[in-house]
Design a protein. Structure first.
Length: 128
């Protein structure tokens, strides 16, 4: 009798979440550009308008035009703005360094350091 396979199909590419911060920034920039274009079309010089006023109008524009977030998400994907993997916390790193007996496990690190010291010593001796 054949065994059933309950495993899910694997994705061809690893999942990479899009940066939420990048989406918000791109959407806010698009809203700011739209406000500045609107001011220019009204004949107002953008350099004479306080940045706080432009930011406030951009926030209102973004609130009323939520489709800017969808456009920003598409733009972030095109630009490759994916979240970077976060660093592991110090507690998790400590748990990785300690073996079950409680002693610090350096293993490969000690071997790599010893090899590096040997290489440095060899290069210094050959220069003499």
């Amino acid at each position: 009798m054949a065994k059933a396979s309950y495993s899910l199909p694997q994705a061809s590419e690893p999942f990479q979440p899009i940066s939420r911060t990048a989406i918000c920034i791109l959407a806010r920039l698009a809203a700011k550009r739209a406000v500045q274009d609107q001011l220019r079309s009204d004949g107002v010089s953008v350099t004479l308008v306080r940045p706080a006023e432009i930011a406030a109008k951009a926030n209102e524009y973004l609130y009323t035009h939520s489709e800017l977030y969808d456009e920003a998400r598409e733009r972030a994907v095109r630009m490759g703005m994916f979240e970077k993997p976060r660093r592991k916390s110090a507690r998790k790193m400590q748990a990785l360094l300690h073996n079950r007996g409680g002693a610090i496990y350096w293993g490969q690190l000690e071997q790599d350091m010893a090899e590096l010291v040997r290489q440095i010593a060899d290069t210094r001796l050959t220069k003499l």
